[in-house]
Design a protein around this ligand. Structure first.
Ligand code: APR
Ligand code: PHB
Length: 397
């Protein structure tokens, strides 16, 4: 067995692992990232595209903000379409100047990979059978296989940044974790197309046929979604069927100006709310999707990963620079306070905007009335806006 050594062993080279790795590397703390897949596989996953201001600032702090600042689109608001009615949520005016950045997760990941390569920090791709050990002892390490050889990576701490299906959470004894979960009876069918956006802002549409979202990656690339039943198959959806259904769910003015084209990607994602508590087991910390999942309606998944990274980074900085090991046990509670607020917002946006087939007539009117109350009241719009741009990160002291 070959022995390697680092300060922080990071499992997973998604946005969580790469961003944590970059911040730590810049601060002179040694990291090694173990990733199961190839870089191309990681970059092939089409995911979210809305960055909160806190995440934008964190990426700049990590030194990877240049391309985002040049190519990303700053959005000062978004639109809610309630059947035929269009409501503008002016994020900037309602939050005292805050905005969001439209920049794809794929691009964030690409920039982080490039920065890590340039910095000469090590990532081992196609690492097999990654297993964390000794999390509750002084002798913490990770074993893995690469090119047929067995390795042992000795470390001070492990960051489990390996997503929902990763090994980190699964290696914690079940009796030490409490799981909170809701699975929704529908999914999102998404397509990517090289067409101009139907509107300059994102449009979240509630309609009796089901929810629809008009999003974008740039001025020439769009991402659209439709609510579909959880057991729907992507093969049943020709491009034509997708565009026709999307038009039927949008207000007439928008449907009329929708430009369609061939899809370059089409897939269905299930919707789920999931949180595990605590987000820590001894010397191992769970970060991002490894600890929590939100339905995409609030655009919070990637942003929550970033706030976990910020919390862990700031704690580790104080541990290494000031010997503040007392802060380590604060990680989970600090993260969970923000995680649960984003879980609530994502669940609420999902509940307000989707069609639930099992709703009785009374529940349906209550849901419609609740959303109408929020959009017709300045206080309500402020509540939506301050959650959408992202709640503040907690300081580590
Ligand atoms: N060993 C090594 N790597 C693993 C293992 C394993 N056993 N299991 C998973 N991984 C890798 C995956 O291949 C993936 O590249 O961990 C990475 C996890 O990345 P993501 O799933 O993207 O999770 P995360 O980095 O937390 O990103 C935040 O929030 O809502 C979402 O869309 C958003 O994917 C984004 C996520
Ligand atoms: C996306 O562009 O993929 C996207 C945007 C906003 C969301 C979810 C997904 O709420």
């Amino acid at each position: 067995m070959k022995i390697l050594k680092t300060q922080i062993a990071i499992i997973g080279a998604g946005p969580s692992g790469l961003l944590l790795g970059q911040l730590l590397h810049n601060a002179g703390i040694d990291t090694l990232i173990l990733e199961r897949q190839t870089p191309d596989y990681v970059l092939g996953r089409i995911r979210a595209g809305v960055l909160e201001q806190g995440m934008v600032e964190l990426l700049r702090q990590a030194g990877v903000g240049q391309r985002m600042d040049a190519e990303g689109l700053v959005h000062t608001g978004f639109e809610l379409a309630l059947d035929a009615r269009r409501v503008h949520i002016d994020l900037q005016a309602l939050t005292g100047g805050k905005t969001v950045m439209i920049y794809g997760q794929t691009e964030v990941t690409r920039d982080l990979m490039a920065a890590r390569r340039e910095a000469g920090a090590q990532t081992i791709y196609e690492a097999g059978n990654v297993v964390p050990h000794g999390m509750k002892t002084e002798e913490t390490f990770v074993t893995f296989e690469k090119d047929g050889e067995l390795y042992r990576l000795d470390c001070d701490y492990i960051a489990g940044c390996d997503g929902f299906h990763g090994v980190a959470r699964q290696s914690i004894p079940a009796e030490c974790l409490k799981v909170f979960e809701r699975v929704y009876p529908f999914g999102w069918l998404g397509i990517l197309a090289d067409t101009p956006p139907v509107h300059e802002e994102l449009v979240y549409a509630r309609h009796e046929r089901g929810f629809a979202l008009c999003s974008m990656r740039s001025a020439t690339r769009t991402r659209y979604y439709l609510q579909v039943p959880a057991d729907e198959h992507v093969e049943n959806w020709s491009d034509q069927r997708f565009w026709d259904e999307l038009k039927s769910r949008l207000p007439g003015t928008l449907a009329a100006s929708l430009i369609t084209g061939p899809s370059i990607e089409k897939s269905i994602a299930p919707l789920r709310s999931f949180v595990v508590e605590p987000m820590q087991y001894g010397q191992m910390f769970l970060v991002g999707d490894a600890a929590h999942i939100v339905p995409p309606t609030g655009a919070k998944g990637l942003n929550l990963a970033a706030s976990d990274v910020s919390t862990l980074f700031n704690i580790l900085l104080k541990v290494y620079r000031e010997g503040r090991v007392d802060l380590l046990e604060k990680y989970s509670e600090v993260c969970l306070r923000r995680v649960w607020k984003a879980e609530r917002f994502s669940w609420w946006m999902t509940s307000m905007l989707h069609r639930f087939d099992d709703n009785d007539a009374f529940s349906l009117r209550i849901a419609e009335s609740e959303l109408e109350y929020f959009v017709d009241s300045e206080a309500g719009r402020k509540t939506i806006a301050e959650n959408y741009v992202g709640l503040p990160y907690e300081a580590i002291e």
